[in-house]
Design a protein around this ligand. Sequence first.
Ligand SMILES: *[C@@H]1O[C@H](CO)[C@@H](O)[C@H](O)[C@H]1NC(C)=O
Ligand SMILES: *[C@@H]1O[C@H](CO)[C@@H](O)[C@H](O)[C@H]1NC(C)=O
Length: 845
Amino acid sequence: METNSVSSLILFFCIFLVMGSQLISGSVTYDNKAVIINGQRRILLSGSIHYPRSTPDMWEDLILKAKNAGLDVIDTYVFWNVHEPSPGNYNFEGRYDLVRFVKTVQKLGLYVHLRIGPYVCAEWNFGGFPVWLKYVPGISFRTDNEPFKAAMQQFTQKIVGVMKSENLFESQGGPIILSQIENEYGAQRRALGPAGEAYMNWAAKMAVALDTGVPWVMCKDDEAPDPVINACNGFYCDSFSPNKPYKPTMWTEAWSGWFTEFGGPILQRPVQDLAFAVARFIQKGGSFINYYMFHGGTNFGRTAGGPFVTTSYDYDAPVDEYGLIREPKYGHLKELHKAIKLCEHALVSSDPTVTSLGSSQEAHVFSSGDGSCAAFLANFNSTSAARVLFNNKHYNLPPWSISILPDCKNVVFNTAKVGTQTSQFQMLPSDSQLHSWETYGEDMTSLDDSTTFAAIGLLEQINVTRDSSDYLWYITSIDIGSSESFLRGGQKPTLTVNSRGHALHVFINGQLAGSAYGTRENTRFTFTGPVSLQVGTNKISLLSIAMGLPNNGVHFENWNVGVLGRVELAGLDQGKRDLSRQTWSYKVGLKGEQMNLVSPDKVSSVEWAQVSAITQNQQPLRWYKAYFDAPSGDEPLALDMRSMGKGQVWINGQNIGRYWMAYSNGNCGVCHYAGTFRATKCQRSCGQPTQRWYHVPRSWLQPTQNLIVLFEELGGDASKISLVKRTTAGVCANAFEHRPSVANYQIQSTSASKMLHQAKIHLSCSPGQSISAITFASFGTPTGTCGSFRLGNCHAQNSHSVVEKMCVGMESCKLAVSNSYFGADPCPRVLKKLSVEAICSTKMS
Ligand SMILES: *[C@@H]1O[C@H](CO)[C@@H](O)[C@H](O)[C@H]1NC(C)=O
Ligand SMILES: *[C@@H]1O[C@H](CO)[C@@H](O)[C@H](O)[C@H]1NC(C)=O
């Protein structure tokens, strides 16, 4: 025993000496246990907030919400394509003001993990690469290729240089404690072989040579070379170990939900499972966890990747797309974080001792030399609760859960027992009317103007547009002789168009003949349909639409978009006619885009018409405009686009994003938290439009005369678009009384656990709201969940009136779950709980 601890002491000093040189050059280092900041090993809790996915006006509030949830670090990618729109021309303005974002984090006292990439994936257009990069001669992305490496190095240097010049690295007194180079490179490296290996080594060396004074991370690449730390991304990471024994165990993306694609359902992740995954990682010895996303936000403009990633990037994150707290996700994680922090000293000072407590139950105990002890009791069984014996005491563990005991005795948190309130959001009509609707037809006769060019055959779309617009016209004509038999009552000819993506509208002589779409998984699709042709020249105009460029896959930069053939007409007297190799005219973008009709300065440059007569036949390819005053209050705002088809919408010249009322095709069954989670496990909104509401940041509005302009591809009733406010509709809370003596409910009171487990419920509406009514209250044995509570056999008759008296009219209220509140015990010797459902309404001023 004696010699063991002496030799481990010697070992510790050796490691310390090795690390010593790093300690001098920078104040952030690491060892096998943790990231070390100013000499202290830390358990670091982090959350992803991507600066371009919200507005600078929102940043401070979002970061503060992260801080209040107990986070230490804000993680963001750096988005190359927005910062360098053309080679050598940089943009760090507005939503792209990275320095301001990092300084806001610093001001609030948090750290930053700066994931430079510059490949970022992120469901962001082209994975964050500028599209011009694809057209650098001889380039090949993310491999041992000189033009690519030169461009990547130049941008990485640029970002590091900007951060250094503002003293933003921790080694300079700033908040940045970690940086990432590349992103999830493992799969690509394996696919590319030696070239991938060489590139990975080059990238690591290049990054380290930038001498930031803080460690570099490579996520999802288990061969990340020293001193770069390899890290895990996933729904669970407890089976992950770093590739060297002297690196800390880091989880750079703990997925809080999943992204959404047009036509798909909303994908959610129950907080009990997320908390379980986090606790599993910590009990295994993990010391850094980043929620991806903590706030997902919005893919404004054409920033969504894809194809078909929605404008909303809500991600079922603890803070929702609009910046509102999502409960119980936020509150339950906050409690988890408090519990983990109570264990911090023991966690960073020792390795866990794991003992089996049953067939799928384990204790992970961290006990350091100085007497501190923390234990995690885990039940991996997804169907059965377990009663386990640990240190001579019994503990009850719900299925698929972990209890945290910061003193190895008292449970302060269990991942499956959610004590925080549940909130439900609603979209309420605002007091602002969109008025003076006018419309303008995207003029198809203008397709013959000087910006059109001709070529033989079909061209790849992005090569032509360079992604300056989603839209590319492919136009050709076909002559029909008067002798064709279909003209005399025969079957109409059939047009077939093969496309590589992503969406297509087919016009014959200016009339919409039909549309077709690919999917995210398979962008190829075929349009086939009968077409009305007349004697003489017929014009075939194909509007091909890119719906966000791909953001991952091996060499995704080479994936084609657009009508690439064949294009074929069948049912003529000659049989089939192949149109693929004839002359096609091309026009990039829409006429309205060219004229910048969406900007308040340019909107009057065309003749707009009153909407009424036109909307009755809901024509395709139309622009609409209207005006509105900013709604009162400060609730987040959204456009309800339900009456429309597909297109883009701008407010005061700012692109709100792509909209599409594609209906969710999914499987929205019952979702239970227990059991291994997959992205498609918990689906919502089946049979509804995938995305009906589109976030309008308040800061983009002026008090009056705001201009909304939209381009509608298919047809819709613009006069029915409305501006709504997002608020909390109601809140629910549900908690058991505090009775340690009752079996099956085990909580002891110490100073630590008191903080976490007072048997209280806390109801809280959004700022500016108050509780206007109690729709359910029962102290006893109520059943059900928020929205479907029911009385049980035991019920205190005065439950409703007591809760009403305490809560109605208040912005928030706290209630103890105890007999003393409700008078006589309605059912002695029975474990009781209090369930409450309340309605939130805007406060009358
Ligand atoms: C879970 O518990 C049930 C009941 O005790 C048992 O039948 C089942 O085998 C357990 N499952 C696992 C994976 O241990
Ligand atoms: C892109 O367009 C140019 C002409 O503008 C052509 O030379 C080149 O082959 C095209 N590349 C691809 C990949 O289509």
